[in-house]
Write a protein of this length. Sequence first.
Length: 108
Amino acid sequence: MPRNAILNGNEKKVLRFTLATRYGTNKKTRKDFWAYVPCVIFRPSENTRNLLMENSKGLLIGLEGRVNTSKFESKGITKYSTEVIADERSLRILEVLVGPETANGKEQ
């Protein structure tokens, strides 16, 4: 489920968003474990921008891409960043959930 989509750039647009991915369930509490994966699409189409920026709530999507890791300095501290560089052509809507609730009744 995508969230927090931000479009940067003028001529060469870059769409950044976070993809919530479920990776397991706690056997005792039956609550899902979620990872939030930063993703990037370079030069997104208008349809993709509209889909991820305005209509993404409750969307279950699939995509393909490559993992990119970078290193940078901020205030003298070395930091690392990992994100998925997504291929826009692979973006697929897998399911549209009714409302913002998940199976356990919690809003994402």
